[in-house]
Ligand binder design. Structure first.
Ligand code: PEP
Length: 257
């Protein structure tokens, strides 16, 4: 079997300004170092607000911190008259490695469609960024269509015309589990993660599907991370609330299966 390095990603959402971001990332790095976190065991990434990224870049590069970072969104366009938008070119210039695309808050609060999300994945790839593509069903979807139908359809739509060799992380985030304290069961996460990997095989090929990390997200904390990572198709977590607590997030990153 292919070895996929577990990925522990913290989505800060609209929390921590650029000064707070520096203190936070520095302390997180200390906490991981103190605990002798082995970065071969898990890759750790943070997703701060846009206005923090320059500060995070400066700190991470000056101190060679083994923490990856990325943005929480990207424009589908590369430049031009798009007031308020941020180009993937700008993110690449700040050495972002990743960008979250299609988070349920963007889909719901900003009306992002599958087509918008597909355009953003293509834009990320044009600039050498790895999309952390979020998919997930609402409680109503779950009731009406079962667990996999909506995430599978969202993934297929997002991958239209995408070159699988350019890198991708998929995050399965059931909307009903986000910020609710009500995580999916490891078994539910595994079932959908396996279905999503099936889509990757179909759309790309088995080699890419086996190499791509599929994360679970939704009320992940230190107390439940290991149960998800024991599942064969779950390769890490996208963490919201618990990523803002240094001790908690660092203990998630140090999960022991
Ligand atoms: C998220 O919004 O990506 C998320 C997983 O949030 P939480 O961990 O707070 O449920």
């Amino acid at each position: 079997a292919v070895k996929r390095t577990p990925f522990i990603a913290g989505n800060w959402k609209m929390n921590l300004d650029h000064l707070q971001s520096i203190a936070f990332v520095q302390k997180l790095a200390w906490s991981l170092a103190d605990a002798k976190h082995d970065f071969a065991d898990a890759e750790v990434a943070v997703f701060p607000p846009f206005t923090d990224l320059r500060s995070v870049q400066t700190l991470v590069s000056a101190d060679s911190l083994p923490i990856a970072y990325g943005a929480q969104d990207v424009s589908a366009h590369d430049s031009g008259a798009y007031t308020g938008e941020i180009s993937g070119a700008f993110l690449a210039a700040l050495d972002c490695r990743y960008v979250i695309i299609g988070h349920s808050e963007r889909r719901t609060l900003h009306g992002e469609s599958d087509a918008d999300i597909n355009a953003k994945v293509l834009a990320a790839h044009r600039h050498g960024l790895i999309p952390v593509l979020c998919v997930g069903e609402t409680a109503e979807d779950l009731e009406a269509h079962g667990p996999s139908a909506v995430p599978v359809a969202q993934l297929r739509a997002a991958l239209e015309g995408v070159d699988g060799s350019k890198g991708l992380v998929v995050a399965y985030e059931p909307v009903w589990a986000i910020g609710s304290g009500q995580a999916a069961t490891p078994d539910q996460a595994e079932q959908v993660a396996a279905a999503l990997r099936g889509v990757l095989t179909e759309v790309f090929d088995d080699e890419i599907a086996q190499a791509t990390r599929v994360l679970y997200g939704g009320s992940v904390k230190a107390a439940n991370i290991a149960s998800f990572l024991r599942e064969p198709n779950v390769d890490g977590a996208l963490v919201g609330g618990a990523s803002l607590d240094i001790a908690e997030f660092s203990s998630i990153a140090r999960f022991k299966k």
